[in-house]
Design a protein around this ligand. Structure first.
Ligand code: 2HA
Ligand code: ZN
Length: 286
């Protein structure tokens, strides 16, 4: 089977295009990866080549040894994925130690997998383990409103989660485990990959201060939908903060508890703190 005839490649291309249309992928911003099932990897063997040399990943992901991934290319534009997927994306295979990769398909005009390959693979390794093999998509985008909030809110998981939950009733149902926040770090390397994958043990969303967001999910719809929901909520919060520094009314901790009961989700109590009268001045949690 041809890579481009598969359901996963079609979903991958649609996700890149949907993200571009949202305005999240200026220039070469953002990247996407998908972990193939063994059946999907077997089905495309006739379309793969053996030309690519093994290259170091830059980190070690033994939990993903031998697996195949479809990923966007470094420096390639999300806008161009739908126009020429074979030039802008690739399928890579990992070696039996999870330390090297080689390109088996795509990037026909040259290039390398995304500069964020270490973050993508370390996130996949964590998510494969903690979701019992369910999650397969890791998506990074430069989501405008979420980035704007990282200049205004303290970079704390509790505060980002609570503020985003309050902005739309669906939020605690869509991301009941909350969101994690990574302080500003140099992108592309192992350190930011380690910090992000630590958060992925607990959350499906990691916000990178002054940069963007990483989301994890079982398929493209779930992962894109999660990114879209968080960013929509961030947009509402930006509008609210632009109008006032104090909300007249909002969803209260007890109302979140009632929602959790009816919608059968568990909301960690650490996000349902009582806000002191100083909260909106300095966002202190006491
Ligand atoms: O692909 O988004 O974080 C460019 C980036 C790096
Ligand atoms: Zn980025």
């Amino acid at each position: 089977m041809k890579v481009l005839d598969t359901k996963f490649a079609k979903g991958f291309i649609k996700c890149c295009d949907d993200g571009f249309r949202q305005g999240w992928h200026e220039r070469n911003g953002g990247n996407l990866s998908y972990r193939l099932t063994p059946e999907e990897a077997a089905s495309i063997q006739d379309d793969l080549n053996e030309d690519g040399a093994w290259q170091p990943i830059g980190t070690s992901v033994p939990g993903l040894a031998g697996e195949y991934f479809m990923v966007t290319g470094s420096g390639k534009y999300m806008r161009n994925v739908i126009l020429d997927p074979a030039a802008n994306t690739c399928v890579v295979e990992l070696d039996d130690k999870g330390e090297n990769y080689r390109i088996r398909w795509g990037l026909v005009e040259g290039g390398r997998p995304t500069s964020e390959l270490p973050s993508h693979l370390m996130n996949h390794e964590v998510k494969k383990r903690v979701t019992a093999n369910r999650h397969r998509v890791i998506y990074h985008a430069h989501t405008t409103n979420t980035i704007a909030l990282t200049f205004v809110l303290p970079l704390k998981d509790e505060i980002f989660t609570r503020e985003l939950w309050e902005m739309a009733t669906e939020c605690p149902v869509v991301f009941p485990e909350g969101v994690g926040v990574v302080d500003w770090m140099v992108p592309g390397g192992r350190d930011i990959a380690v910090a992000t994958s630590k958060l992925m043990e607990q959350y499906n969303v990691a916000i990178w201060a002054h940069h963007g967001m990483f989301c994890s999910g079982a398929d493209f719809d779930e992962t894109f939908g999660l990114m879209h929901t968080v960013e929509k909520s961030a947009e509402i919060l930006v509008k609210v903060l632009s109008m006032t520094d104090r909300k007249r009314q909002t969803i209260t901790p007890d109302e979140f508890r009632a929602l959790a009961k009816d919608f059968h989700v568990t909301l960690p109590e650490k996000f349902l703190f009582e806000k002191s009268e100083h909260y909106y001045k300095d966002y202190s949690l006491d």
